[in-house]
Ligand binder design. Structure first.
Ligand code: FE
Length: 259
């Protein structure tokens, strides 16, 4: 089922996103059912870059979507919301600010050990060095995955998320089941994301707040030793910086086997 035909992107995507978030609140216990399925689907396509099918945003109950659209048109009609300004804001976070900012931070930390140290010591300052601070990301803490520790970020209270480094939060991040289960049974949740963390690896769950936002520094995958910083930026995914995925060695790039 593909409803994307003829549907404007941008602002609509944002509104859909909001609607799904609302739906998740209304229907707890559902996250890892259909939403997780669509999440996996997006994985099958590889990374998110430039992929516009937007599967994970499609589970909008039609009644909620309609209500949101009706509300929007009334607000626009009454002049309380300026469509152009709204489009501008959404475009900023959807297209110009996105996980790529976070990926730049990660790639820099992978190639520059001094930067990595600064990043882990004072995330806000080090992210600021790359110019990726801003609203919803004023106080950043970066936590590093290692062979012994895997980090997972959640906001149990609502949906706090580092916008300047990761863009808009994914639908599942805002869903009630993810928020609850991430702290109760993180390994099970990770496993449903396709990430099985070995028993001897500690899982640390970080609960975001309005005060502090977390970014996971994933492990640099094997076989990427010859990649440039720019190339590394391209393989870092949003999910890996939330902690629900690893960064994978690029396809065809078997460790040691380079093209
Ligand atoms: Fe929150």
């Amino acid at each position: 089922m593909d409803e994307s035909e003829g549907r404007p992107v941008g602002r609509r995507g944002f509104i859909r996103d909001a609607a799904v978030g609302a739906a998740a609140f209304a229907a707890p216990g559902k996250l890892m059912g259909s939403q997780d399925e669509s999440h996996r689907h997006s994985h099958e396509h590889g990374h998110d870059h430039g992929h516009d099918h937007d599967h994970e945003h499609q589970d909008v109950p039609p009644d909620i979507a309609l209500r949101v659209r009706a509300l929007e048109s009334v607000l626009v009609e009454k002049g309380m919301v300026d469509s152009a300004a709204l489009d501008e804001i959404v475009d900023t976070y959807e297209n110009r600010i996105g996980p790529r900012n976070g990926a730049e931070v990660v790639a820099r930390a992978w190639v520059d050990s001094a930067y990595r140290e600064r990043l882990l010591a004072d995330g806000t300052a080090a992210i600021g060095e790359l110019g990726h601070l801003g609203g919803q990301g004023e106080h950043m803490k970066v936590v590093a995955n290692t062979p012994e520790v895997h980090n997972l970020v959640v906001c149990t209270l609502c949906s706090c998320y580092p916008w300047p480094t990761l863009g808009l939060p994914p639908v599942w991040y805002k869903s009630a089941p993810f928020r609850a289960r991430a702290v109760i049974e993180p390994r099970a949740v990770l496993s449903e994301f396709g990430l099985d963390v070995p028993e001897d690896v500690e899982v640390r769950v970080w609960d975001s707040t309005a005060e502090i936002r977390y970014l996971v520094l994933p492990e640099r995958p094997a076989g990427t030793e010859d990649m440039t910083e720019e190339e590394l930026v391209g393989i870092v995914t949003r999910d890996s910086m939330i902690g629900v995925a690893r960064v994978e060695t690029p396809s065809g790039g078997e460790p040691g086997g380079d093209a």
